[in-house]
Design a protein around this ligand. Structure first.
Ligand SMILES: [Zn+2]
Length: 270
């Protein structure tokens, strides 16, 4: 019995001090990585302190234009540390030339005040993300539509009517007006925006630890600001509201202010 107790003590001691850590995802421009560790006391990416929850889960990502070596330092409760260095894989982005009617390229003067107000609302909603310690994405990620047809990939440099325009910071899915749009993972609605000039009807979800997703151009919003949603829950219907040339879903993902390729989430299996 005494030997058995010593054995149990040793096993629990070993478990309590195990410095095990697993990673899921790819270190590339626009990529995201999930870490699950035991007995963590701090995680620092370059100089940024990361949030992690009780289960030892944390997430970090690399911007579309992130360059070079990235250093992740994990400190365990027993003060031991482990350092992981990621040499980011460089990506080639597409160039996409579009010829569009002037109304899709230049915002009319009479709308500038409205656009400014909407930008302020969006900024306030974004400011609420990045504070939640819980990994609400812990159930993983699923596509936002039942039928997946991607018409525009992440990161393309857009040329509108011969002029260099914005980078396409998301994925475009072609879909029918009225198709269900689902939350890519669990989260909290930080804004269910009603008829914004650029975004139309849209939803911004906070998945915790700095990860967020936006769903633009909806014909109908089915959630409210502050609402909690589960992965796969229908949050709205496909439409062409805001500045869109036809019914489609634009899905954007950010980790804090870093622009993340939504595809890198769907590629993660854990
Ligand atoms: Zn788009």
């Amino acid at each position: 019995m005494k030997n058995f107790l010593i054995f149990v003590f040793l096993i629990s001691f070993t478990l309590a001090h195990a410095q095990e850590i697993n990673f899921y995802g790819e270190a590339k421009e626009g990529g995201i990585i999930i870490g699950i560790g035991k007995n963590i006391s701090s995680v620092v990416l370059n100089k940024q302190k990361l949030l992690f929850d009780k289960s030892g889960m944390f997430i970090f990502g690399f911007d579309r234009d992130a360059k070079g070596k990235q250093k992740l330092k994990v400190t365990f409760k027993n003060k031991k540390t482990k350092t992981f260095v990621y040499d980011l894989e460089k990506r080639e982005y597409e160039t996409q030339s579009l010829k569009l009617a002037r109304k899709y390229v230049v915002a009319p003067k009479r709308e500038l005040n409205r656009i400014r107000k909407e930008a302020a609302k969006m900024k306030a909603a974004r400011a609420k993300t990045g504070k939640l310690r819980t990994a609400m994405y812990s159930s993983g990620f699923a596509y936002p539509l039942d039928s997946v047809k991607i018409t525009s990939v992440f990161g393309s440099q857009r040329i509108l009517n011969g002029r260099k325009a914005n980078i396409h910071n998301g994925l475009d899915f072609s879909a029918e007006e009225g198709d269900s749009i689902r939350a890519i993972s669990g989260g909290i609605v930080r804004i269910a925006g009603d008829d914004f000039f650029y975004n139309g009807n849209f939803v911004l979800l906070d998945h915790g630890q700095g990860l967020s997703s936006v769903y633009l151009h909806m014909s109908k919003l089915l959630v409210k600001t502050g609402q909690k949603v589960k992965k796969g829950e229908v949050i709205g219907l496909v439409g062409a509201t805001g500045r869109a040339t036809g019914p489609h879903l634009h899905l954007g993902v950010q980790w804090y202010k870093k622009r993340i390729d939504p595809m890198s989430l769907f590629e993660i299996k854990f």
